[in-house]
Design a protein around this ligand. Structure first.
Ligand code: ADP
Length: 492
């Protein structure tokens, strides 16, 4: 099975979000399971500093885009500590920049051109290099035009006749919307600027194109796969997704347990395991000391690590902040993002210096220390395609308190007498995205911590035993690759 995995970001070369982690961790696992898989990404300035042992593949091509002709070259390196080949698309005028998609928070004005070229370059490269690819696996809007090109502009290319395409959606709220005149840059016929194809409320929508044209579509949890077919979470694309329902599946992301493992974590004050939680007590005291909180093992700590955006339900936590303080818990928030949330959380925390800490930063070491030191972890997300922190929390014996949505709903089982009795419970789940629902759920969780330590320890033990490693996800992708590559090209 020969697979080209196309991603606009890959750890450790370039990262703005979860897609980079997925690409960097899933692809080596696919290789371990027997796929002949390579990565394809733009050669950004950031990647230039990280890449060693660069080889020239010799592939050169030109693409006409409107009045411009863009030249591409492809270089090759390997994903560090693996044998996975990484193909880097070089076009300095498009990718030779410090940031991936924005400058000072504003999208680059030529993003349409950058990612139209990226998508076409994937196919030009397969042709130029004679790669006999079975499946081209594209991700998010940045490469979503690849399936469109395969069935339109490049449909007659014999070198591509055996290639099937799979699109994975990591977050439906980012769609790659551009003004209609960029149709001229795509080289596609204007007849595709149609509501059944690429058009979306007068604009071009790259992700929509991918959904319509890909042979199979996946997203990062089963629940999210269902949710995006509804008006509530479909971001306007529920109609096209419903039409593809038979070819749409959810495959949960995995966790990199070499990095997130309380038994070997290098950032924490102590290590521990399900069999011996002594180290977790040390980590809790260390976290309290580090953040200037009262050092007391009996006070429950609620942790939260997140981008500070509406999606994550940060406003719900801010809303109940004083009530949480009145409950006598400690609250530790690590995050960065929208300025209004940053200011609000900082101000709230400053009112309760011994009980609350809001660290406005991106700090990986502190993220590990919070996972290890907290008793509970808050994820009151409005939507969550997969979510990683709840899975880290489970491994660290830190009980997740989550909203019932997306990957959170697929991984966290609410503690009820029945689920506890069956040994299936691993956390606390609430339904409505309201401050009261969150508060009520936290009250139940804290009550268990204070009054029923046996049940609380049972939750910890259950969660720590669970396995959300990449091998399971990779198996699901492998079987999808086999199924899709055997199928005839899906007509549009
Ligand atoms: P999303 O991809 O929507 O941001 P996920 O839960 O899937 O949410 O992944 C977020 C990842 O980013 C986690 O690994 C989390 O620990 C990390 N993270 C988010 N914010 C911070 C921060 N301020 N400091 C350190 N790590 C962070």
């Amino acid at each position: 099975m020969k697979v080209l995995y196309v991603s606009s970001e890959v750890v450790p070369f370039a990262k703005t979000g979860g897609l980079a982690d997925v690409a960097g961790s899933l692809v080596p696992e696919l290789q371990a399971q027997g796929a002949d898989v390579s990565l394809f990404m733009p050669f950004y300035s950031a990647a230039r500093r990280t890449v060693h042992n660069l080889e020239d593949t010799g592939a050169r091509f030109q693409v006409t885009m409107g009045n411009d002709v863009v030249n591409g070259a492809v270089y090759k390196t390997r994903l560090p500590e693996t044998k996975v080949p990484v193909f880097l698309l070089d076009a300095p005028e498009l990718y030779g920049r410090e940031e991936l998609y924005t400058s000072d928070g504003v999208p680059y004005p030529d993003n349409a051109m950058r990612f139209i070229f990226f998508s076409r370059a994937v196919l030009e490269f397969i042709i130029a290099n004679g790669l006999n690819v079975d499946v081209v696996h594209v991700n998010d809007w940045q490469s979503a035009l690849v399936p469109v090109y395969l069935k339109t502009l490049y449909a007659d290319r014999a070198e591509l006749s055996g290639v099937r395409s799979i699109l994975t959606i990591h977050n439906l709220s980012y769609q790659g919307l551009f003004w209609h005149f960029d149709m001229d840059l795509t080289g596609l016929d204007w007849s595709l600027f149609h509501w059944k194809r690429l058009e979306f409320y007068g604009k071009i929508n790259f992700l929509k194109g991918g959904i319509v044209y890909a042979d199979a579509v996946t997203t990062v949890s089963k629940r999210y796969a269902r949710e995006i077919q509804t008006e509530e979470l479909g971001c306007g694309l529920e109609g096209v997704l419903l039409e593809r329902a038979d070819d749409l599946t959810g495959i949960l992301n995995g966790v990199d347990y070499t990095e997130w493992n309380p038994g070997t974590d290098k950032f924490t004050a102590a290590n521990y395991s399900a069999g011996d939680l002594g180290g977790k007590v040390i980590c809790k005291a260390d976290l309290q000391r580090r953040l200037g909180l009262d050092e007391d093992a009996n006070i429950p700590i609620l942790g939260m690590i997140t981008r500070l955006v509406e999606q994550k339900g940060v406003d719900l936590v801010a809303d109940i902040f004083p009530k949480l303080m009145a409950m006598g818990v400690q609250l530790v928030i690590l995050g960065s993002g929208e300025e209004n949330y940053e200011l609000q959380l900082r101000e709230l925390a400053e009112e309760y210096p011994k009980q609350a800490a809001a660290v406005i930063a991106y700090d990986n070491a502190l993220a590990h220390q919070i996972e290890a030191g907290a008793d509970f972890f808050l994820m009151p997300s409005r939507f969550e395609p997969c979510g990683l922190n709840q899975m880290y929390s489970l491994k660290y014996g830190t009980i997740p308190i989550v909203r019932s949505t997306g990957g959170l709903a697929d991984t966290v089982v609410h503690a009820t007498p029945a689920s506890l009795h069956r040994g299936r419970a691993n956390g606390f789940v609430f339904n409505k995205a309201t401050p009261n629902a969150l508060l009520g759920c936290i009250k139940n969780a804290v009550q268990m911590f204070r009054e029923n330590r046996t049940a609380y320890n049972g939750l910890q033990a259950g969660g720590m035993k669970q396995d959300f490693s990449w091998s399971r996800s990779a198996e699901s992708y492998m079987s999808l690759y086999r199924k899709t590559s055997r199928q005839e090209l899906k007509p549009v």
